[in-house]
Each structure stands twice: as structure tokens, then as C-alpha cells.
Design a protein around this ligand. Structure first.
Ligand code: GDP
Ligand code: NAG
Ligand code: NAG
Ligand code: NAG
Ligand code: MG
Length: 395
């Protein structure tokens, strides 16, 4: 006879108990499914209530089982989450940045991935006026499973064009620096604004894409984005999307509006009738009200920026020299172009994207949206005095 010592008994007993529990758990749902199938499909059969065939270890009728599994598949299809649909827009994030901003950028990417992109996997294009370091490449590509590309900006996109009077530009920076205008004395900031106004969408790494989402180091994303904003833009004929609008410092754009009016006079055929000029001018185009969309966040159609109209406008501004003799920002330039060439239905306010670029945040006020956010709606910028939300709402 088999002798089981007392030290062996305990593990054997435990194993049997687990096996028993496992069998119960494993087969009870099958038993439930089985009986459900038999009741729905053998409704009127006398066997319906009989136990004779009701083995928990096999489906009574494998045809029924197949049908049930197909039904389950179908149910799951109906509940497809937006990111489970593999259709994507031809789009990328575009991040102009310096090697020195790596740590601020990693914080931003972590949030962007967690809130949106780990589900959608859109590629990143990083651009720099200098070569990106290996450290930068390693520590950004490791934050995402999406494709990452690193580009250097061609010299002619980040330097004085030949018609600029360099001494006049130097003098303007000195003067604006003395006046305490923000970035007033910075040349690199001016190259940055000119690049973002007229060149990023022409960079070889961007050429293959149709939509872009601009991101900067240090910005924050506060809410889950459970749908694809790029596809939203594409499917709703949107050309430009924004989340914060505000007033520009007048001292940075003293002649931008006059230059814009000259452009409009030269190209009336480019300005459609029902455009958005009333967002940037409250006296039928006579003066600029300084409103603009904050361009550190943008989701936009690259083909709008590449259009004949936008190109003509940028070239006109560039020739006038205000990127260097003043300090024209890419935000008012993009925004005025949007107002000139697009109508309101082609521009989208992303109210559901909680976002911060110091010192302002857009925090969704809707309680249902709030459930997936981590910002305080009391800090929302939209209805404060520097915001242009009031102008947008009536535009
Ligand atoms: N490569 C590079 N990026 C720059 C330079 N200056 C600004 N940027 C980037 O341009 C964007 C705007 O610059 P930022 O300093 O944030 O300006 P602000 O948002 O207007 O205060 C950010 O993504 C910066 O990383 C520069 O000289 N070189
Ligand atoms: C089951 O019986 C009921 C009433 O006797 C009848 O109305 C129904 O059509 C029958 N269902 C099937 C599947 O035969
Ligand atoms: C996936 O999304 C595309 C674009 O929105 C849509 O046309 C298509 O029907 C969707 N497919 C499924 C299976 O839902
Ligand atoms: C806006 O412009 C688009 C494209 O040009 C056009 O299809 C649409 O009808 C316009 N909408 C309004 C409200 O004018
Ligand atoms: Mg910034």
C-alpha cells in the first residue's frame, strides 16, 4: 500500500484543493453559457430542462457554440474604441527645441504619451538649429513606441535673408531690449518666430505629412484624449485648431497690421468673403485688436500653410522685415492668416484638451470632461481679461 508521510500530506491536500477550486472557476462560466445557449436555441424542445446531455465539459451543440462566439466578436466590434480602429491621419507632432531643454521636454512627452499617444502612436519630428545629441535622441525616443525623427534646420531657414539691413536689425534689438520688451534683445528668438511662421512645414522631415500638432518643452496636457484630433480635423474639414487665445504685446508688432492691409490691397482675390477678420479686427479691418491663437499649441493642416495664399502672405511679411526690425511672433502671423483666408467653420477650438504653457492654462469646465483631467477649472484662462475667448464666441 502507498504510504504518504505526514509532511507530504499537506502539499497534496493543498494541491487538490486548488485543483478543485480551479475546476469550479474554470468551468462554471462554460456551464452558464452552455445552459444559456440551450435555452435560447432549444426553447421548445423537451430536452431543454433535461440534464441528460448537460455536461459541463463540452458544448451540447458545437454549432451553437460557434454562433455564440461569433456574436461575442460582433459585440466587441460595435464597441471598438477610437484607437482600436487602425485608421490614422497622415500626421505628426512637430517639436522645435534645443538640446538644453531635454528634461522639460521629457516631462511634456510623458504626459502627452500617457494622455493620448500611447493609444494612437503618432510619430514625432524634432527640429533644431543645431545637431541633436545622442543623449537627446536616446532619452526622447525611449519615452514612446512611436517613430521619432530628428532634423536639423537648413541655414537659410534660420538666418538673415539678404534684403535685411543687419545694422538696422541690431539697433532695433538694442532699443527693444532697453524698453524691457520680452525677448526684445534676442536674435535667436526672432529666427525662431520666422522659422515657425514660414519654414517648419517645408522641412524635409515634414514634407510627407498632411497634419501637425505643435508641442513645446514644459507644456502640460491635463486630460485624457480618447479620440483622434487629427482625424477629427480631417473628417470635419478643419484647417486650424487651437486651445488658448490671447492679446499680443503691441510693442512687438507695431507695423504688422499696416503690412497686412497693404497685402490685402494687393491681393483682394485671395481674401474670401465670409472670413474670420472680425476675430482680429473690430472696425472692419482698420485696426488690429491684438487677438491671436497661442501657437505653442496648434493642430493644423500643413497644406493650408503650404497654400498659395499663405505662402504669398508669409513672403510679403518676410520682405517687409518685421521679423527682425520689430519682433513679429509666429502666433499673430498664423492667426491673422487664419482670419484672412479661412472661415469660422474651418477653425476648431479644442475645448476638451486641457493644456498649460506658462503662465496660462486652458482647463475644460464641463464636469464630464473634468472626470478625465487633473487641472483646476478655477485656473481656466478663457474668461480672464487677457483672453480673446469673448471675441471668438461672437466672431
Ligand atoms: N533649436 C532651437 N529652438 C528654439 C530656440 N529658441 C526657441 N526655441 C524653441 O521654440 C519654441 C518657443 O520658444 P520659447 O522659448 O518656449 O518661447 P515662448 O514660448 O514664446 O516663451 C520652443 O519649443 C523652444 O524650444 C533656439 O534658439 N533653438
Ligand atoms: C415555441 O413555442 C411557442 C408557444 O408554444 C411558440 O409561439 C414559438 O414560436 C415556439 N418557438 C420555436 C422556436 O419553435
Ligand atoms: C475606422 O475609422 C475610419 C475613419 O474614421 C472609418 O471610415 C471606418 O469605418 C472605421 N472602421 C471601423 C471598423 O469602425
Ligand atoms: C467655409 O469654407 C469651406 C471651404 O472653402 C466651405 O466648404 C464651407 O461651406 C464654408 N463655410 C461657411 C460657413 O462659409
Ligand atoms: Mg514656450
Amino acid at each position: 500500500m502507498l504510504v504518504i508521510s505526514s509532511t507530504q500530506r499537506k502539499p497534496i491536500f493543498l494541491s487538490l484543493t486548488f485543483l478543485f477550486l480551479f475546476l469550479c472557476l474554470y468551468f462554471s462560466p462554460l456551464r452558464y453559457l452552455n445552459s444559456k445557449i440551450s435555452t435560447t436555441n432549444n426553447e421548445n424542445s423537451s430536452q431543454g430542462s433535461s440534464d441528460s446531455n448537460d455536461s459541463p465539459f463540452e458544448f451540447r451543440n458545437s454549432e451553437n457554440a460557434d454562433r455564440f462566439i461569433l456574436d461575442l466578436d460582433h459585440q466587441e466590434k460595435n464597441e471598438l474604441k477610437p484607437w482600436e480602429n487602425t485608421t490614422r491621419a497622415n500626421a505628426a507632432f512637430v517639436i522645435l527645441t534645443r538640446n538644453s531643454e531635454l528634461d522639460d521636454l521629457r516631462k511634456t512627452m510623458q504626459q502627452l504619451e500617457q494622455r493620448f499617444n500611447h493609444k494612437f502612436n503618432y510619430p514625432y519630428v524634432f527640429l533644431n538649429d543645431e545637431e541633436f545629441t545622442m543623449e537627446f535622441r536616446d532619452l526622447t525616443s525611449s519615452l514612446t513606441s512611436a517613430k521619432t525623427q530628428y532634423g536639423i534646420i537648413p541655414r537659410e531657414h534660420w538666418s538673415y535673408p539678404d534684403w535685411i539691413d543687419v545694422e538696422k536689425a541690431d539697433e532695433a534689438r538694442r532699443r527693444m531690449g532697453e524698453q524691457g520688451i520680452i525677448y526684445g534683445d534676442s536674435l535667436s528668438y526672432r529666427h525662431m518666430c520666422r522659422f515657425e511662421s514660414g519654414f517648419f512645414y517645408r522641412h524635409p522631415l515634414m514634407e510627407q505629412y498632411d497634419f501637425y500638432w505643435r508641442v513645446e518643452p514644459s507644456v502640460e496636457f491635463y486630460c485624457d484624449i480618447d479620440y483622434d484630433p487629427f482625424l477629427y480635423m480631417q473628417e470635419n474639414n478643419k484647417k486650424y485648431g487651437w486651445t488658448i487665445s490671447l492679446l499680443e504685446f503691441e510693442s512687438t508688432v507695431p507695423t504688422l497690421w499696416k503690412t497686412t492691409k497693404d497685402f490685402m490691397k494687393e491681393h483682394p482675390e485671395m481674401i474670401p468673403e465670409n472670413n474670420l477678420l472680425r476675430f482680429v479686427s473690430e472696425d472692419k479691418g482698420n485696426t488690429y485688436n491684438l487677438c491671436h491663437f497661442w501657437s505653442n499649441f496648434e493642430i493644423g493642416d500643413l497644406n493650408f500653410l503650404r497654400s498659395k495664399e499663405y505662402s504669398a502672405y508669409f513672403d510679403y511679411l518676410d520682405k517687409a522685415g518685421g521679423f527682425f526690425y520689430e519682433r513679429w511672433g509666429d502666433a499673430p502671423v498664423h492667426s491673422i492668416a487664419v482670419a484672412l483666408f479661412l472661415n469660422k467653420s474651418e477653425v476648431h477650438f479644442f475645448d476638451d484638451i486641457g493644456y498649460r504653457h506658462d503662465p496660462f492654462m486652458h482647463c475644460p469646465l464641463d464636469r464630464n470632461v473634468q472626470k478625465k483631467c487633473h487641472c483646476n477649472p478655477d485656473d481656466n484662462f478663457d474668461f480672464t481679461i487677457f483672453s480673446c475667448m469673448n471675441k471668438w464666441l461672437i466672431a
